[in-house]
Design a protein around this ligand. Structure first.
Ligand code: KDG
Length: 320
């Protein structure tokens, strides 16, 4: 079976149970969140042999993360337990009814986390190197690049190692709070080392200073495919031979957007791994994203491969 490996940090996530400002909250829901592990769980749901490479602290948060990933069918043999540093944590404060223009906000407590100490040395762990060598797809994201110089060097080492037939996808995943005072031009460099790059138009403005399709392709000429997500409107793929495909997004009642980009990535990348064309893969991305847009939390109940195929077959006319 084809195997996919996602690399990145997952944190414990706390969020007020009731839609109140954080300082008025009396109960916090405890979950987990991490862009790359969200993608891993999505790929596993779609029937791929999927693994997650990371580092967590020797604490209850780390244990919970490992349990949740295993429960979702993701292999964790490539996760190291750090006995000195803690698991990262973030607090997600949902948008307030009283402030309809304000989106949800995020507070990170991840500086000095176990995962932020990953680096090139992580690759000398035999479990990690074996997973990477055997992977058909390695999925990375720009979040990791912002965590620490060591994490950046880990991404560089993976992206510059001989490919031997593997595909590397890179989701830009712009996170404003992580890039303050840092050199964001590394994102363009990393993207140009990947085979498939995913970026939202809103993210592209921050990361690359433009949302223009042609300009983005000019800035990122090297990836085989550049996928540009135009929020609720469509997703566009531009391949190196100059072929452009655009597929409209599904129109859904959005409950919360967090994690929808990760579900899109899982849907799109699963299509690619199953050998489907760009249009079909983009459609799979939209269906998976819709499952997450319509629920609270980072992941909707994603359809398995058969359900996804059935939805896409039955709605063929709607996509035409
Ligand atoms: O894409 C969802 C992620 O933003 C969330 O799970 C937390 O990984 C996270 C991050 O760094 O923001």
């Amino acid at each position: 079976m084809l195997s996919a490996v996602c690399v990145g940090e997952t944190m414990a996530m706390l969020t007020p149970v009731h839609a109140v400002p954080l300082h008025l909250a009396t109960e916090l829901h405890f979950g987990i969140g991490g862009a790359e592990s969200n993608v891993a769980m999505g790929l596993a749901a779609m029937g791929l042999d999927t693994h997650w490479i990371s580092r967590v602290g020797n604490d209850g948060f780390g244990t919970r993360i490992l349990h949740d990933l295993r429960d979702h069918g993701v292999g964790v043999a490539g996760v190291e337990i750090d006995h000195a540093l803690p698991t990262g944590l973030y607090v997600k404060v949902p948008a307030q009814d009283s402030d309809p223009d304000g989106g949800s906000s995020v507070l990170y407590y991840r500086q000095g986390s176990a995962a932020s100490a990953m680096g090139r040395d992580t690759l000398s762990n035999p479990a990690v190197s074996t997973l990477l060598e055997n992977a058909a797809l390695i999925h990375l994201s720009g979040i990791t690049a912002a965590l620490s110089p060591e994490c950046l060097s880990l991404l560089e080492a993976i992206l510059t190692a001989p490919r031997n037939g593997r595909t590397i996808s890179f989701d830009v995943n712009w996170r404003e709070a992580l890039w303050a005072g840092q050199d964001r031009s590394v994102l363009q460099r990393l993207a140009n080392l990947a085979d498939v790059v995913l970026v939202g138009k809103d993210e592209a403005e921050h990361a690359f200073g433009t949302t223009d399709e042609a300009e983005l392709r000019r800035l990122m000429p090297d990836p085989e495919v550049l996928v540009i997500k135009n929020e609720a409107i469509s997703a566009i793929s531009l391949d190196r031979s100059g072929t452009r495909e655009e597929v409209p997004a599904l129109s859904v009642a959005v409950v919360e957007p967090v994690g929808a980009g990760d579900s899109f990535a899982a849907g799109y990348l699963s299509g690619m791994l199953f050998g489907l064309g760009q249009k079909e893969s983009l459609r799979r991305g939209h269906v998976a994203a819709a499952c997450t847009l319509t629920v609270h939390g980072d992941r909707g109940p994603l359809p398995d491969a058969a359900e996804l195929a059935a939805i896409l077959d039955s709605s063929d006319a709607a996509w035409a």
